[in-house]
Design a binder for this molecule. Structure first.
Ligand SMILES: NC(=O)c1ccc[n+]([C@@H]2O[C@H](COP(=O)([O-])OP(=O)(O)OC[C@H]3O[C@@H](n4cnc5c(N)ncnc54)[C@H](OP(=O)(O)O)[C@@H]3O)[C@@H](O)[C@H]2O)c1
Length: 279
């Protein structure tokens, strides 16, 4: 499996945009996949879920996830924004949540309530800082990382745990200690380092729609092998991608999500074999 640096991941995202994929469209898939991860982890529909959202695109992934989770029956979701100043694609997903009357607060305006929410959450989603981390987490970011790490709820990070350098795997003074990580497109180098493995928990590596020829511009064969955990016998990658597109086109009409108790992943062996649920 190919493990990417932060620069390579940035390049892939740039190529995707140059070739017509929109960031918000990729965020849509990132959010959608979180429902599958929740399902895989047997997270209860009544669990208290808090999504902590940074200013960058990783924040947008969490905002997109909130909408998909509500649509799939998760009842108790709160959003904590580090800042009202977020990127336009993230704002697009935030605007939809506002229309849905989701509980949303800004950390600096509601610090005590935000801490209470995080402390009492069953699940805390880390959407703070992605591969564009610059130096040690500062200010409210650092505070929130500490609060999250001290809380008793399970932590799921988007892409990589916030505060971890995506290339070296080093924790920058403070970093999220995740129980699970939903990583997007290319698995990052950190998942192949001891420190990175320690902070990432179980890793789910999922597709956000970037075509293979763009991965090949980064490095030949850098696109993770397509696979499906319940379809281990798929003859080859293209066959399993066909299955994946069938999955995507039919899931909206299914009666119960439990009819699809599987996770779509590039590599089923990337999901640790002994990991079945948080409970
Ligand atoms: N398809 C998708 O869904 C998709 C596509 C692309 C990216 N992404 C996600 O977005 C991430 C990359 O997005 P991005 O470029 O917007 O960057 P990001 O890594 O999500 O966040 C960058 C933001 O974090 C802040 N930041 C960086 N270092 C910090 C520090 N040490 N302390 C406090 N704040 C810090 C920066 O704030 P300042 O501006 O104040 O410095 C910047 O606004 C990826 O990791 C991935 O998770 C998702």
């Amino acid at each position: 499996m190919y493990f990417s640096t932060a620069d390579e991941m940035e390049k892939l995202d740039e190529l995707a945009v140059e070739h017509g994929l929109e960031i918000r469209q990729m965020m849509e898939l990132a959010g959608w996949h979180m429902v599958e991860v929740f399902n895989k982890l047997s997270i209860g529909l009544s669990d208290q879920i808090v999504i902590v959202v940074g200013k960058g695109n990783k924040g947008g992934d969490g905002l997109s996830a909130a909408r998909h989770l509500v649509n799939h029956g998760y009842k108790n979701i709160s959003i904590i924004l580090v800042s009202k100043d977020i990127k336009p694609d993230s704002q697009h997903h935030l605007d939809l949540l506002v229309k849905m009357d989701m509980p949303i607060m800004v950390y600096s305006e509601n610090q005590d309530l935000a801490k209470e929410k995080i402390d009492s959450a069953d699940i805390i989603m880390d959407s703070l800082i992605g591969y564009h981390l610059q130096g040690e987490p500062r200010g409210d970011f650092a505070e929130l990382i500490e609060i999250i790490n001290n809380a008793s709820g399970k932590v799921i990070s988007y892409d990589l745990p916030s505060g971890v350098d995506a290339t070296t795997g080093e924790c920058q003074k403070v970093c999220i200690k995740a129980d699970a990580t939903l990583t997007l497109a290319m698995p990052k180098k950190i998942f192949n380092t001891n420190s990175g493995k320690e902070s990432s928990g179980q890793v789910f590596a999922l597709d956000i729609g970037v075509p293979e020829f763009l991965y090949n511009k980064i490095a030949s064969g850098s696109r993770p092998e397509s696979n499906h955990s319940v379809r281990k016998n798929s003859a080859n990658a293209s066959a399993s991608f066909r299955l994946m597109s069938v999955y995507f086109s039919t899931v909206s009409s299914c009666v119960s999500w439990n009819q699809f108790p599987h996770i779509v992943s590039f590599r089923s062996d990337f999901i640790h074999a002994n990991f079945l649920s948080f409970t």
